[in-house]
Design a binder for this molecule. Structure first.
Ligand code: TRP
Ligand code: ZN
Length: 848
């Protein structure tokens, strides 16, 4: 295990030296790229310390000079130091790096023979020596020399000739936003006219070949994002050109490099034949996300990495607003909450819990988490709810005016809201500093026309934070009378105390409360509620989120009852579900979501919270039984309804069509339980788009009659990496608990298992850890297989290995045998000679 250095927020000091201008020259060569830097440094008048330190990890220093005179810097851990004059000076250095052997995909590397970079968070120091911290911002000019057909960097093109290209980015930026791409690439080109009438060239680059046919949707999403940011946030684009490059080997979804976004192929390339509706939706959101970073992240960046949620939470909130405007608001909100609960609540209730603003870290790469992103977005959504749209708009205007061109803090962000609205947000800031998900319990009483709700908030301890103080919780709510009419439309209660009551007078009868409408706060609502009240809200709530939530709570109660007492699914649930499904006033997408069962991991956490040790296999069995019951109950309804969901128009990735396909496939999965896969096979044979094809394949695999379809699928899409990823993931996701590990192991020996490619590794092992009954199989062989592969991946790509260890993050929920086996696996990883500090930090935190 390498030595771990912990960085603390409290230790922040401003940089000693600022950078006025950067010139970089790259002489490209796969194993020996030369990088010359010429950097103008000036003393930072905010400090008196003049020590000079440049980060650098990996580049071999060939020469260095200050104001033209050679110098010999001292190499120290993580970089170099050098004696420098006590005034502005020009630093010049030449280094050599090897992109072709860079498998960590951080810094400059090659992917399929194409050069590309990933510098966030601390990758620039792998390219050259530099003050690689986000509060050092500078304009960059970049010259690229090489024989690549296309050579790109940030900003505007300012010159090109035989064997070279030059790019100039006039906007001061931190090094993490630097990008370079070079290779044999082709572009889809388009144009956008901004609100002030400037023309911007748009280019979406891919490798020549089949990928070229998958760029249309991404380009349309980009233009829609540009329009939306002008209309909703008054933000205009600020360069002559905006480019996106699709890269096959990429650690995350995409990266917002100034003017030159780099995308994982999976996050930008799409076609009806190869992409599902969910893929299209995700691509649209990620394109928007990266584009929106141009203002929230690039023009206003982060002072240090403890402020990461300043840009990520805000940008996720913005992309969620965008998706809600482009598609169905209600359906988007439900999906966002599903993923918040599935990923962030899971994190927040386990050993990896941390605040939206952490106070220390070892590896910043380990903090690109659901808490920073999704909970960060929820915190902004709560601010929005508390202050209202108008004040939110004024606060944002102030934020852009006040901090444009700066590296700001979360403190600055909150102050903008205080200044724009006159509110004191001291208590609200606990959402940034305290980890953990609050439990909000509620009881009610009705007397003499007065209805009172008693709320109590409690947050369980999280690592390093034993005691929690009450937070500000916006509770959006409404009241329905017993006929189902709304007697109190949506109102926001502002809870600030540990316990607090709210009374509503003048009611004729005891109302039914609809609480936390739109999921107005990221809390776990605890209310003992009868099945009939839940069914009532499912039928009558005017808030679409809570309508869905009522159905989901009902299903959860049913499943938990089945697991704990072996009860049978009650008729109230089946009846409510049928009524809901047949309600053709409801959006099919909504009905598809309501038909979906609560996830098995969600049930496990719910049981654990109730003091019951979850048994993954028992949960799986209950889910199967429930699905079978639902299938039988809906036997007559399903085929008819499913016929209504047929889309006759040509495929379009619209919300309306996607909703119909989703409901159709939800019903098909029920039908498959009764017909052994007959209907699924017919659909597979006629499907002309990936959504239906993959949906049908999943059903066939569930029915264990998918062998032939699997083989055909592979043959049809051989060579299309993004589709072959699906082929891997499907087999593991749809394997039975008894087979999942064997299937995964067998696939890990398949010739197409290019495990160094993050998408492929994730496809297989992400699917395994997300198949709880399979992964947690009693023999413990799932843990062993997974640990073996993490140990193998770690030296090649520590970022992905570390991130994937989260497959183990729920380990403390389980029984003593499983805990002992997982502990053994974690200790084996931690004890591996040379294990990266990325993975070591994650595993050590999980072991606690
Ligand atoms: N800033 C990127 C985003 O959210 C995240 C990102 C992309 C990233 N690639 C990365 C973070 C590699 C760390 C490492 O849009
Ligand atoms: Zn982001």
């Amino acid at each position: 295990m390498t030595e771990q250095t912990r960085i603390f927020l409290a230790d922040y000091t401003p940089p000693n030296w600022l950078v006025e201008q950067v010139h970089l020259t790259f002489a490209l060569s796969p194993a020996a790229t030369r990088v010359k830097s010429r950097i103008r440094f000036a003393p930072n008048t905010a400090t008196s310390d003049r020590d000079f330190f440049l980060h650098g990890e990996g580049p071999a220093l060939i020469s260095a000079a200050i104001d033209g005179a050679p110098v010999t810097p001292e190499m120290v851990r993580g970089g170099l130091t050098c004696a420098v004059p006590d005034r502005a000076f020009t630093w010049e250095a030449e280094v050599e790096i090897s992109p072709a052997t860079n498998t960590a995909l951080e810094g400059l590397y090659t992917s399929n023979g194409m050069y590309c970079t990933q510098c966030e968070a601390e990758g620039f120091r792998k390219i050259t020596f530099y003050p690689d911290r986000p509060d050092v911002m500078a304009p960059f000019t970049v010259r690229i020399e090489g024989d690549e057909k296309v050579m790109l960097s940030n900003g505007n093109p300012t010159g090109a000739g035989e064997g070279w290209a030059e790019w100039t980015d006039p906007w001061p930026k931190p090094a993490y936003l630097f990008a370079l791409v070079a290779g044999d690439l082709v572009a889809r080109e388009d144009r956008f006219t901004t609100m002030s009438g400037k023309t911007v060239d748009l280019k979406l680059w891919t490798r020549p070949g089949p990928d070229e046919g998958k760029t249309e949707f991404g380009m349309e999403a980009l233009k829609a994002s540009m329009t939306w940011d002008e209309e909703v946030y008054k933000r205009e684009y600020d360069l002559d050109i905006f480019q996106i490059v699709a890269v096959s080997d990429f650690n995350m979804g995409a990266m917002e490099n100034k003017g030159l976004n780099i995308f994982n192929t999976s996050a930008v390339l799409a076609s009806p034949e190869t992409s599902t509706d969910a893929n299209f939706e995700r691509i649209e959101a990620i394109i928007a996300h990266e584009y929106f970073h141009n203002w929230t992240g690039n023009r206003i960046t982060c002072r240090d990495w403890f402020q990461l949620s300043l840009k990520e939470g805000l940008t996720v909130f913005r992309d969620q607003q965008f998706s809600g405007d482009m598609r169905s608001k209600a359906v988007c909100r439900i999906n966002d909450v599903l993923s918040l609960r599935g990923r962030q609540f899971r994190e927040d209730n386990g050993p990896l819990a941390h605040p939206v603003q952490p106070d220390s870290f070892v590896e910043i790469n380990n903090f690109y988490t659901a808490t920073i992103y999704e909970k960060g977005a929820e915190v902004i959504r709560m601010l929005h709810t508390l202050v209202g749209q108008e004040d939110y708009d004024r606060a944002l205007e102030l934020y852009f005016d006040r901090h444009d061109g700066e590296a700001a803090t979360i403190q600055d962000w909150v102050r903008v809201f205080e200044d724009a609205t006159g509110r004191d947000l001291t208590q609200f800031k606990r959402w940034y500093s305290q980890a953990g998900t609050p439990r909000l319990s509620v009881t009610d009483e009705f007397r003499d026309g007065s209805y009172t709700l008693h709320f109590k908030q409690e947050t369980p301890p999280t690592p390093g934070q034993e005691v929690k103080d009450p937070r500000v919780i916006p509770i959006a709510m409404g009241l329905l009378n017993p006929n189902g009419d709304e007697v109190l439309p949506t109102t926001v209660l502002e809870m600030t105390e540990a316990e607090q009551s709210f009374t509503f007078d003048g009611l004729a009868a005891k109302p039914v409360p609809s609480l936390l409408r739109g999921f107005s706060a990221p809390v776990i609502l605890k209310r003992d509620s009868s099945a009939s009240e839940r069914a009532f809200l499912l039928a009558h709530d005017t808030d679409p989120f809570n309508k869905w939530e009522a159905g989901r709570a009902l299903a959860k109660d049913v499943l938990v009852g089945m697991v704990t007492h072996g009860s049978t699914p009650d008729a109230a649930y089946l009846q409510a579900l049928t009524t809901m499904l047949r309600d053709d006033q409801l959006d099919p997408a909504f009905r598809a979501l309501a038909l979906r069962q609560p996830g098995q991991d969600d049930i496990a956490q719910t049981l654990f919270d109730a003091g019951i040790t979850p048994d993954p296999l028992a949960i799986w069995r209950a889910s199967e039984t429930l699905a079978q019951e639902v299938a039988e109950h809906l036997q007559d309804v399903a085929p008819r309804l499913s016929a209504e969901m047929d889309v006759t128009a040509p495929f379009a990735p619209t919300a309306a069509q996607a909703g119909k396909r989703a409901l159709g496939l939800g019903l098909l999965s029920l039908t498959t339980r009764l017909d052994g896969g007959h209907a699924a096979q017919a659909l597979y044979d006629r499907a002309d788009n990936m959504t239906l094809k993959l949906g049908a394949l999943g059903c066939l695999l569930d029915a264990e009659v998918g062998e032939e379809a699997l083989a055909r699928f592979h043959a049809e899409f051989d060579g299309d990496a993004l589709v072959i990823d699906k082929w891997f993931a499907m087999q593991v996701a749809h394997a039975s608990p008894q087979n999942a590990v064997d299937v995964a192991e067998k696939l890990s020996a398949h010739k197409d298992f290019n495990w160094k490619n993050p998408n492929r590794f994730r496809a297989l092992f992400g699917a395994l850890t997300m198949n709880p009954a399979g992964f947690h199989t009693v023999s413990g062989k799932g843990y062993e297989l997974f640990a073996d592969w993490l140990i193998r991946l770690d030296p090649v790509n520590p970022q992905i290995a570390a991130r994937m260890t989260t497959g183990f993050e729920t380990w403390r929920r389980y029984d003593a045998d499983r805990r002992a086996m997982i502990r053994g696996a974690l200790e084996r990883i931690l004890g591996t000679k040379g294990i990266s500090s990325d993975t070591a930090e994650m595993v050590a935190r999980m072991l606690g």
